[in-house]
Ligand binder design. Structure first.
Ligand SMILES: [Zn+2]
Length: 323
């Protein structure tokens, strides 16, 4: 099940982005053949990025989150866009560590110490980039700190992935609560109180999924929203603004990988044509294999030579103009 909603409280103090991402996390795990710990770590970043994608204005806007720590997980990188499509990878999908004392998967230990970088491409000339030191490597805490330190936004992030004993995904999802500039100060106190006593979001999602019966995914999402916020005073009752789709989808294509090969330049392409006579490229996000035979590579080489000539011609023209 994958579904998200965006809501706002009655007083206009805060906005809520809530998502159930069980399907997405299952798919990420299947593609990257992850261990339970790697599924949890990648799944939390996939969910966090998916939620941050929902905060973007346009469907084509993109957000990329990169966790880079000194722990055994290596790098976790996830990209999401404004239309709810998410893709990502973890460099060590075979990750395994003992459970923590509380019986939970040790995502913080897997990530270790390091940084989280957020890149937002919203169609401006230069993408926006923010980077902070990791707080705990537990992902949600790090993203909360990112919003505060890098975007000066009071935002609370909760993420959860629960794995069954047979290694299947029991539940996955998350929530971002974003305070609005005109927030009623009382609402902040009420939310702090609520978040303080909130059970893990993955448990709440698991309950909702188990009790869902013939309910639509929208109804399950809304029921989860009311369950989470049931103890808030009625002045801050949340209304659903819209339901949104959220799903795992890689946008790789032969054309996109042709551009990757072209970006290597004439010299390197010539070498590949001469020495390897073919190229095999695997998409790091979805593990799909792309095969380029000799004819294909030679064609790309001709394009590379041609575009280099055009560039040089243009450069010479501009130099003459300057004289
Ligand atoms: Zn792909």
């Amino acid at each position: 099940m994958n579904k998200a909603l965006i809501g706002m409280d009655k007083s206009g103090s805060f906005r809520v982005y809530l998502a159930i991402t069980k399907g997405m996390v299952e798919e990420a795990g299947k593609i990257h053949e992850t261990t339970p710990l790697a599924t949890a770590a990648l799944g939390r970043v996939v969910t966090g990025a998916g939620l941050m994608g929902l905060m973007l204005k346009n469907p084509d806007d993109k957000v990329t989150i990169q966790f880079k720590g000194d722990g055994p997980a290596g790098e976790i990188l996830v990209t999401a866009n404004g239309s709810g499509k998410v893709k990502g990878y973890i460099s060590n999908s075979e990750l395994d560590l003992p459970l923590k004392d509380d019986g939970k998967l040790d995502v913080g230990g897997a990530v270790g110490k390091g940084t989280v970088t957020v890149i937002k491409d919203i169609g401006l000339k230069e993408p926006y980039m923010g980077r902070i030191d990791l707080v705990s490597g537990e992902i949600a805490e790090d993203l909360t700190a990112y919003f505060f330190l890098s975007e000066q936004q009071s935002t609370s992030v909760a993420l959860g992935v629960k794995i069954n004993t047979d290694y299947t995904v029991a539940a996955a999802g998350g929530m971002i609560i974003q305070m609005l500039p005109e927030a009623d100060p009382e609402s902040i106190n009420a939310l702090e109180k609520l978040l303080h006593q909130l059970p893990p979001i993955s448990n709440q999602i698991e309950d909702e999924i188990q009790q869902s019966g013939p309910k639509t995914s929208e109804a399950v999402c809304e029921s989860l929203l009311h369950r989470i916020f049931s103890s808030l005073p009625s002045a801050y009752r949340i209304e659903v603004l819209e339901y949104r789709d959220i799903q795992w989808e890689c946008d790789c294509s032969m054309e996109r990988l042709e551009r990757v090969l072209l970006s290597l330049g004439e010299k390197e392409l010539t070498q590949i044509v001469k020495e390897d006579r073919q190229a095999e490229i695997i998409c790091q996000f979805c593990r799909k294999e792309y095969h380029f035979d000799k004819e294909h590579l030679e064609m790309l080489l001709r394009v590379a030579v041609k575009s280099k000539e055009i560039l040089e011609k243009r450069k010479r023209k501009e130099e003459n103009k300057e004289c």
